[in-house]
Design a protein around this ligand. Sequence first.
Ligand code: ARG
Length: 571
Amino acid sequence: AAAAEHGVESVKRQLCRLVTSSLSATAPGVDAEPMLEVSRPGFGDYQCNNAMSLFARIRGTGTTYQNPVAVGQAIANNLPPSDIVESTSVAGPGYVNIVISSDWIAERIQNMLIHGVKTWAPKLLVKRALLDFSSPNIAKEMHVGHIRSTIIGDTLARMFEFANVEVLRRNHVGDWGTQFGMLIQFLFEKFPNWEEVGNQAIGDLQSFYKASKTKFDEDEGFKGRAQQAVVRLQQGEDRYRAAWKNICQISRNEFDLVYKRLGVELEEKGESFYNPYIPPVLEEFTAKVVKKDGGFNYASTDLAALWYRLNVEKAEWIIYVTDVGQQQHFHKFFSAASMAGWLPDQNGKRYPKTSHVGFGLVLGPDGKRFRTRASEVVRLVDLLDEAESRCKAELKKRLTENGKIADWTDYELEKTSEIIGLGAVKYADLKNNRLTDYTFSFEQMLSDKGNTAVYLQYAHARICSIIRKAGKDIEKLKMSGSITCIHSDERTLGLHLIRFQEVVEQACTDLFPHYLCDYLYNLSEAFSKFYTNCPVIGSPEETSRLLLCEATAVVMRHCFYMLGITPVYKL
Ligand code: ARG
């Protein structure tokens, strides 16, 4: 309730409104969108870039402005008075540099501390989004490719949730298709009494899959029988359905272990869920757009799923997270849906909105697709195990070196390495622009230097220890003390803090989690600089500076939270 009551608009949005009003005063009747961005260092805090294009539009229409610089001057002068803007200046061909008031920055941070970081939740246009992510295939191993979809999808979901968007997290597992004919037939032939043996008959599902695939490729007779089995499964014959259900359950149990370990929540609605919707949807499409092949293929299932998501689940934004290789598939089927009138135009944009969030490959040290030495796909669990054990060794070494090892129980060591290792794997993935391939390297991701989760964990833990050492009641300080941003490093830190909201908004809008990682890393850099140059404990500014420490820690933790990383307080 407090958050809703005290929720504020982002700095950028507030400035945009000032600029909009200035633009209409500067060039009445010309409808121009505000162009505002963060300035380069030394050119104010934000800059408005409208003057140049605005001049081009109004020159020769009897305007009195001589050049873009004059337009820039007018934009600056016409900004309505406000507490936000400290000063403006015009630079170069007409850039308007805006300096934010230091008092305003300080007050905004203090309000956040008092009313909670949720008051900095961005306001998005949609109320309900559906995220289709992870979505592995039954009977196949979840590999490093799926970890990308799971981690990126989960982070997007968390960012949207922070922005008060209701998120439907959907696991579109591949639980239907021709591979089941092969698996079921193999099961029946190998264990004619499988109903009695139960899941033991299958044992390790991946090996079972491989064996049945080999038989399928080598034995023509078996191939024919497997194809028959698909038909009988699709017709709903009991024995076939029971076997299918069983196989799905084995996979599901394995997937769930991974999700639990990653701390990811998902609701399974697999391909088979949409089967009943395929015939009517294809019917509609035959009339309007595409030819019908009558099959239950990937694309028809996706059309049926989209129909369901639009009409039953009423999602306003539907987002699919898969490797970039599937981009064509998604763009084709989005335009088919649009041709069928499912995504009508609203002010030049399709509504409801659909997006494909593509991502690149995970590469090994050789620059090729990441594989084990035996050139098998890397299993996710092995990867997490290794990250954790490496972390433990590193942590032990470090604690021994600085004489703190005696303060740690074995359980604490174990738990902490687990948290740090898992966070490191997630962060190493999320910090890259998702569209590019990235090279998987334990050395790199577990380093405590540079843009890594380990470095950020140490940075956060250090801030917490500063606050602890001060021995003050922070809750009381928030209410009684006040923040000032006088030193230039205090101001830089403060300005970065208040940009949190617009960064989350931009990351949600563009569907790019790495914006948030960049922000978090830069925040810890700004803090380092502040801490080097501004003494905290025992200084005359102690109260204000402690509050800046606290605000930094709070914002860092919320970044961690959205990135699916658990903060460690003691390191
Ligand atoms: N199961 C697919 C795969 O592993 C991903 C499914 C993505 N979602 C969808 N609605 N098509 O490649």
